[in-house]
Write a protein that binds this ligand. Structure first.
Ligand SMILES: Nc1nc2c(ncn2[C@@H]2O[C@H](COP(=O)(O)OP(=O)(O)OP(=O)(O)O)[C@@H](O)[C@H]2O)c(=O)[nH]1
Ligand SMILES: [Mg+2]
Length: 445
């Protein structure tokens, strides 16, 4: 999900970054485009308006023009707002025994599948789970949950196969009784789907809710529902007190705006995202990650954390100083490559970077991969100290010796030297242009 939205948004930010110093009119134009992108992504008008106004207020309050990196600053403001809009992640806190969870939602939203996913999730954590279904309207609906429960060892299904004729109230009472008898930690109650929010069955839902007195009432929303999902959520939360939301079909190509509106419409946290039909296809909801994906910023946060683990402050300062001075030895190149491997290799770093799609394409065209990096390290390590200090002495016979020593080819050795020359040239250019700080302010990233 989010693909087209994040593409649009990153296009808007690219423009902002290119514009150098940022004027209020630039911000206004960008915000207009962001508003359109939000609406196209199925974010409700109300939420989109609030969003744009909030970003504008923050952006204007800051001294954008003088900022070193205006594009980044606006990105950050928008990012923070997205996180705020998505709402903090709040796990289900099993603070009671038994903890009663009831799932509600429109027909086909994914309630039954999600009941199974939750049951598996909690049994894996060592909890004893009882399941039951009050879906007496659709033939085989109860059977569907029974089949799922059989796949999850350790769960108990409350209804026996003879219980088909029971009313919703009777099933609810039976579910509570079984949970008590089994001394279970959790009861998961699946309910019948409503065709629409004016369904007469809404009363039935309210009644069941009263009998069960759930600790958690989860509204299951299919993210593909788009704008309608917002109205549905409103109506459901008017009938019963919803306490959490689970979004399903997040694996599809829906526009994702539903996720952005859900928190402010229901006032409830999004608990999980469902990303497929299998029982394990359920993920914790993490607003930072989603906001990052929306802005195509990748997991910048985790990249920074990983980098911090592997680069000491001193290392970083030294590297920056060398870069400023235009110094970059072959040994520096090796240590840079080794640090990258420690951080999980190029691929995993790429994934976390913005516009990673483009970068990956570039790497492919230039034949760069983790494997080639390993060979490049071997090549540099096969050089003598003298060669490393002055790569210009690397003549044909030396290159041949290095290739033999590192188990590579002369072509590969040539390539490493070329790459090194390129980097060196770039560093010298940076120095000429007034150092890294200046460059950063121009790039705005
Ligand atoms: N791709 C995908 N499919 C899902 C997901 N969740 C559920 N489904 C599929 O959606 C269909 C409907 O799911 P159910 O769990 O039966 O939905 P329900 O809300 O219980 O439906 P009713 O009981 O008829 O109201 C099934 O085919 C599921 O496999 C999801 O996260 N991703
Ligand atoms: Mg169902």
């Amino acid at each position: 999900m989010f693909d087209s939205f994040s593409k649009k948004i990153s296009g808007i930010f690219d423009k902002l970054r290119r514009s150098g110093a940022l004027k209020e009119s630039d911000v206004d134009a960008a915000l207009r485009e962001i508003r359109i992108a939000l609406l196209e992504a199925d974010v409700s008008l109300e939420v989109a308006k609030k969003f744009v106004a909030g970003v504008k207020e923050k952006a204007v309050g800051q001294d954008i023009v003088k900022s070193v990196s205006p594009g980044q600053m606006v990105t950050k403001i928008v990012y923070d707002y997205l996180v705020e809009l998505l709402g903090a992640s709040e796990e289900i806190n099993l603070n009671k025994k038994p903890y009663k969870i009831m799932l509600i939602g429109l027909q086909g939203a994914g309630k039954t599948t999600t009941s199974g996913k939750l049951a598996k999730f909690f049994t894996k954590k060592g909890k004893k789970v009882v399941m039951a279904s009050t879906d007496i309207h659709r033939p085989a609906a109860i059977e569907q949950l029974r089949v799922l429960s059989k796949k999850i060892s350790g769960t108990i299904f409350a209804q026996s196969e003879d219980d088909v004729k029971l009313s919703c109230d009777a099933i609810s009472k039976l579910a509570l009784k079984t949970t008590g008898q089994e001394n279970a930690d959790i009861l998961i109650l699946d309910t019948a789907g409503r065709l629409n929010v004016d369904d007469v069955r809404m009363d039935e839902l309210v009644k069941t809710h009263k009998i069960i007195e759930p600790d958690e009432t989860i509204l299951v929303v299919d993210i593909m529902t788009g704008q309608d999902a917002i109205n549905i959520a409103k109506k459901f939360s008017e009938s019963v007190a919803v306490s959490g939301v689970i979004l399903t079909r997040v694996d599809g190509d829906a526009r994702g705006g539903v996720a952005l509106s859900m928190r402010s419409i229901t006032g409830c946290p999004i608990r999980f995202l469902c990303v497929g039909e299998q029982l394990d296809d359920i993920e914790f909801f993490d607003p930072n990650r989603i906001a990052g994906r929306l802005l195509d910023m990748g997991d910048i946060v985790s990249l920074v954390e990983k980098a911090q683990e592997n680069f000491s402050q001193k290392d970083a300062e030294e590297a920056a100083k060398k870069m400023q001075e235009g110094i970059f030895t072959l040994d520096d190149m090796v240590s840079q490559m080794e640090r990258m491997s420690k951080m999980g290799g190029l691929k995993s770093i790429m994934k976390m970077l913005p516009q990673s799609g483009q970068l990956e394409g570039l790497m492919k065209t230039h034949g760069i991969s983790d494997k080639t990096v390993g060979r490049q390290i071997a090549i540099i390590k096969s050089m003598t100290k003298k060669e490393k200090n002055n790569y210009k002495i690397l003549n044909g016979s030396r290159r041949k010796r290095i290739a033999n020593g590192s188990g590579t080819t002369v072509q590969e050795v040539n390539k490493v030297i070329k790459q090194y020359e390129g980097t060196l040239g770039m560093f010298k250019k940076i120095k000429k242009m007034g150092g890294l700080g200046k460059l950063m302010s121009m790039v705005g990233k």
